[in-house]
Ligand binder design. Structure first.
Ligand SMILES: Cc1cc2nc3c(=O)[nH]c(=O)nc-3n(C[C@H](O)[C@H](O)[C@H](O)COP(=O)(O)O)c2cc1C
Length: 169
């Protein structure tokens, strides 16, 4: 039976959902079962062998529902292999160097004993709504900074570790 991985995410404008689906697709290409779901639609975490938690970054934080997901499910998650990712930077910095988790992601990693974290570049669409987003667009900060090669490489590493997990009783 292939190992089953949940990729649970929180997004506002959809780009983190696309990253999560791409991570899940990479895990499937690596021979695992994988579902990508918004944290609000996850049920029965206990049936997964591993969980990847992903959050979009807004004003230096993970979305509230992602933090709550990690806290609410911490006991179950601690008994599984957990990874985390954030998506946010609207420049090439995430492709150039490792960006450490923001404090709220770090706390969630502590609650769940997550093994590793990656920060991926984000996307700010030219049609983004909201006062802050429009100010950022005016400031020429729009664009898509997601690097699929980076994401695939990270997800392939996750898959390798998941395949090595001991059988759960
Ligand atoms: C109002 C606003 C605040 C943001 N704050 C941050 C931030 O603190 N750190 C960061 O890296 N990216 C920040 N971003 C960029 C977003 O994280 C990026 O657009 C991300 O891809 C959004 O994900 P989503 O499409 O899944 O909602 C911000 C974007 C907006 C519009």
């Amino acid at each position: 039976m292939p190992r089953h991985v949940l990729v649970a995410y929180g997004t506002r404008s959809g780009s983190t959902a696309e990253i999560a689906r791409f991570v899940a697709r990479t895990l499937r290409d690596e021979g695992l079962d994988a579902d990508a779901l918004p944290v609000s639609e996850t049920t029965d975490i206990g049936r997964y062998d591993a969980v990847v938690i992903g959050g979009a970054l807004y004003t230096g934080r993970w979305p509230r529902e992602v933090r709550h997901f990690a806290w609410r499910n911490r006991k179950t998650l601690r008994e599984r292999a957990v990874w985390a990712f954030s998506s946010g930077p609207l420049d090439t910095s995430a492709s150039e160097r490792d960006i450490p988790p923001v404090p709220s992601a770090r706390r969630a990693m502590r609650w769940t004993r997550a093994r590793d974290h990656a920060t991926f570049g984000g996307r700010l669409d030219a049609k983004a709504q909201g006062h802050m987003a429009k100010l950022m667009l005016d400031d020429d900060r729009g664009g898509d900074f997601r690097d699929l090669d980076d994401i695939a490489e990270w997800a392939t590493g996750v898959a390798a570790e998941v395949r090595e997990l001991p059988e759960r009783l």
